[in-house]
Design a protein around this ligand. Structure first.
Ligand code: GAL
Length: 633
């Protein structure tokens, strides 16, 4: 695995570039990502390009032996462009324009802005598409960051109408699909349909789901336009996009299909602070991050683009954007880096080379301080580089276990949670964590993936079953676990005929008669586990495999397929995983708190995320805080 960093030559005097490049090499870096926010310097006046500085920056990096990942600058359109096309900005859900002065001030649906993007990407690719140092392109930067997937602009509304017309053919078909007779919401033409915002109370969930699908398609087609240009003008050069953590606003599998390498931006401490983790978890993992945060995304993004993936931005110290921004425990930067390697990353690139003394991110650590002295992470990077060198290339094999991940499922649950603690990402993460705690390697795959060959397949939930998915499960000869709400909606967001789980019923003959959600803190004890958050009342001739304290069916199984009718707590997940692994003959471990392991084809890696030293019986070793152990298999 290679190492790199994110560098902004336009932020620093040119005299410093050569020295920076030399020091990067000295730290063990061989890749540099540049350019992704530089539009105002690449085209200071409309149509007047200034390539000189970028030519020299790339040459300087090349002279030091560094390869370049070049970003297209479309996340930061310059002021003159916004002033020429004021309606290119996104409109938020409250109807307000999202103006100039930071970044991502554009609407994915604005045709004029898209044309400008095609123009700048074409110019950039004509200039650098065959440059020997440019070994990868990054399209834009973090699609959707700062809540920018959804826009309620005129451009978006009119594209949405076209999208609906293409999907439904006639407005009558749309009215029927959405159930618009309810509350007299019927339309007489597609032209009458607006985006689902500014309604008095909630808009129709079917309307929302289609708006989310549409918005996701806009991101994918925006990206595809850049990819087409880059493929033509820069043949053979890999293309990536840097995805985010815990982010489901567009279908990453769709974007992933068009690129060569899926990358993501890994900020384990920021994510622990910002997401649903309990106060205890936030305290226990304050300076390390939760042991599954980075791994979860490594496995998710490996499944987003044919297995090729990397970390485009790795947290090197405190960030600036979470509610609280602690410093990593000494050793964590090395640990995070080696863990990416254990999951098969092609590279890890640190964000950023030098901390900027100005503007929005001046409090965000880099590998260097603003005065160019080394920050804490610098030594850790050198250490990681040394171990990676020794390890050599790592190959990742197909895991025994797959989790099926669906962006559409995230939207469906988000639109109609029916209980505020039913959160899709948290559900999937809990299942992932339960598997990893038992020492299993996991692939996280799309519903379209070929599932043959896995020994355990887990589907935390899939409310809308894609065409053919139930048959695909039926044809497997491995243990399958379906979570609550699977098959509970049709493609147009209705309850299926004959009740949930809809198309799953031939596989597990049950009908969901009623569902209830339970407020936080409610916990109904059963046999060593408890019902929390969500329960379905199941009608079935089948006798349940597990029941709650009142005798209500909770888990039903037929053949190789199980259905779990509650939000399974950790104890129930543990029990179900033990049963599945027993059936599948997959060996389990029982890892101590904070310890995770991961195998490549040639090595076994162990990592200690706990804040204290931990004895790991399976290795016969004590791992220090932020400690790790690697051995050949
Ligand atoms: C990422 C972004 C970077 C930088 C970084 C700070 O979300 O891609 O440009 O803002 O966060 O942590």
């Amino acid at each position: 695995m290679k190492l790199g960093c994110c560098y902004y030559p336009e932020h620093w005097p040119e005299e410093r570039w050569a020295e920076d490049a030399r020091r990067m090499r000295g730290m063990g870096l061989s890749l540099v990502r540049i350019g992704e926010f530089a539009w105002s310097r690449l085209e200071p006046e409309p149509g007047q390009y200034d390539w000189g500085w970028l030519d020299r920056a790339i040459d300087t990096l090349q002279a030091a032996g560094l390869k370049v990942i070049l970003g297209t600058p479309t996340a930061t359109p310059p002021k003159w462009l916004v002033d020429r096309m004021p309606d290119m900005v996104a409109i938020d859900e409250q109807g307000r324009p999202r103006g100039f002065g930071s970044r991502r001030h554009y609407c994915f649906s604005h045709e004029g802005y898209r044309a400008e993007c095609r123009r700048i990407v074409t110019a950039l690719a004509e200039r650098y598409g065959r440059h020997p140092s440019v070994i990868m392109w990054q399209t834009d930067n973090e699609y959707g960051c700062h809540d920018t997937v959804l826009s309620f602009s005129e451009a978006a509304a009119s594209s949405f109408r076209g999208w609906l017309a293409a999907r439904y053919g006639t407005v009558e078909a749309l009215n029927t699909a959405w159930g618009n007779v309810f509350w007299s919401m019927e339309y007489r033409s597609f032209a009458e349909v607006d985006p689902p915002h500014l309604t008095v109370t909630e808009a129709n969930p079917a309307h929302w789901l289609d708006y989310r699908r549409f918005a996701s398609d806009q991101v994918a087609s925006f990206n595809a336009e850049q990819v087409d240009i880059l493929r033509r003008l820069s043949p053979g050069v890999d293309i990536t996009h840097n995805f985010m953590g815990f982010f489901t606003e567009f279908d990453h599998h769709d974007v992933g299909r068009d690129i060569d390498v899926a990358t993501w931006d890994s900020y384990p401490l920021g994510f622990l602070e910002q997401f649903w983790f309990s106060a205890e978890e936030k305290a226990a993992y304050l300076r390390q991050g939760h042991p599954d945060i980075a791994a979860f995304h490594h496995d998710l993004y490996r499944g987003c683009s044919n297995g090729r993936w990397g970390v485009m931005e790795q947290q090197p110290g405190p960030v600036n954007w979470a509610r609280f921004n602690p410093a990593p425990l000494p050793g964590m930067v090395t640990l995070w880096t080696l863990e990416a390697c254990a999951h098969g990353a092609e590279f890890t690139s640190y964000f950023r080379w030098r901390q900027a003394p100005f503007a929005q991110e001046q409090m965000h650590a880099g590998l260097l301080r603003p005065d160019s002295t080394e920050a804490e992470a610098a030594d850790e990077v050198r250490e990681a580089a040394m171990h990676l060198d020794r390890l050599g290339p790592q190959q990742v094999l197909r895991a025994n276990v797959a989790i099926v991940f669906s962006y559409e499922a995230a939207w469906t649950i988000g639109i109609q949670p029916q209980g505020q603690s039913f959160r899709y990402l948290e559900l999937v993460f809990e299942w992932y964590q339960a598997l990893r705690q038992r020492g299993l390697d996991v692939d996280i795959v799309s519903p379209d993936a070929d599932l043959a060959g896995y020994r355990m397949v887990l589907v935390p939930t899939l409310p809308i079953m894609p065409e053919g998915f139930a048959n695909k499960l039926a044809a497997l000869d491995c243990s399958v676990l379906m979570g609550p709400r699977s098959g509970s909606k049709t493609a147009s967001f209705s309850i299926p005929e004959g009740l949930a789980p809809g198309v799953l019923k031939p596989l597990v003959p049950i009908a969901i008669a009623r569902v209830e959600s339970l407020r936080d803190g409610v916990s109904e004890a059963a046999d060593g586990w408890a019902v929390t958050r969500w329960r379905e009342d199941v009608a079935s001739e089948l006798s349940p495999e597990l029941t709650d304290a009142a005798g209500g069916g909770v888990v039903y199984a037929q053949g190789h397929i199980r259905y779990c009718a509650i939000w399974p707590d950790r104890a129930l997940l543990r029990l179900l995983i033990e049963r599945m692994a027993g059936e599948a003959d997959v060996p389990l471990l029982d890892l101590p708190e904070g310890i995770r392991i991961r195998r490549t084809a040639s090595h076994l890696f162990a990592f200690n995320y706990a804040a204290e030293a931990v004895w790991v019986p399976d290795m016969g070793e004590v791992l220090e805080p932020a400690g790790w152990h690697i051995e050949p298999r």
